[in-house]
Design a binder for this molecule. Sequence first.
Ligand SMILES: [Zn+2]
Length: 339
Amino acid sequence: MEEQDRYSRQTIFPGIGREGQERLGDSYAVVVGCGALGSVISSALVRAGVGRVRVIDRDFIEYHNLPRQLLYTERDIEESLPKAVAAERHLREANSAVSVEGVVADFNRTNAEELVAGAAVIVDGLDNFETRYLINDVALKQRIPWVYGGAVASSGMTATFLPGGRPCFRCFIQTPPAAGTLTCDTAGVVNAVPWVIGSLQAAEAIKILVGSPVVSRDLLVLDVWTRSCESMPLEGFVTEDCPACSGTYEFLQGKARTRVTSLCGQNAVQIWHAGAVGMPLPEIRERLAALGPVEGNELMIRFPVGQQELVIFYDGRAIVRGTRDEKVAKAIYAKYVGM
Ligand SMILES: [Zn+2]
């Protein structure tokens, strides 16, 4: 089979065709979050021949990711690779003709606009609502279509939000679910769910990129355990006083100086503090080395603090492992990084 036949099964399909395939080749897609959903989404886009794919993820790979996160291997864990770095490597192996870029970063309001600029579609591979509101803001502001997907326990849902087409995601879910009510931490997740949802998201993204007239206008909810599937028209979710729809991007403009988040499925708390952004990692390392043993590389450093461990990343973000208590985590952060 010759290289030029690589996409023959897509060009034969009338919904894509040669013209659609060319459009894919000229397209740029951004996948935010590369866990279970993002593994499937980015694989589908890269293998389908989307010309440029950027994958953004802030985490490192852990063993409890492997049952679902198809892109990663035990070797990636042994090599302590960030997900974005391992994803880039594996995706390039799948299709060397595509420009793949793994970005190790916490997608937040300070970098969101820059990270998605110029994309023809944004695909959500996230695990938290706050960042989805941020995608919604930046997608509306830059008029980029985006594809939402979520998976928990045995069920998942997906919807596509188009610029100018109401409702937006903020209309659709006006306030995020209370912390700890429904997460993969408390409810678990069946691996097939993110795979099905991620595949549906990838199909939507491909439809958008080839300019298909049949982009979905529904919320699809399915359950792999009860084998049920429901489609609801998005129109029913339009909210009259939605700030995002009227051009007020609250999540993008957020005034918060510090964000503290208990991490899903882990005995850990993440802290982001505006004052730490741009703080040189070698400097922090040198300071901490005077107090005890420090390990790490140019992307992150690890510093044990009693029963906990402080992990500081190059972008100013930190994770305190060994506690779910946000106060304990903040205290450690304040003492060793400063806030
Ligand atoms: Zn809205």
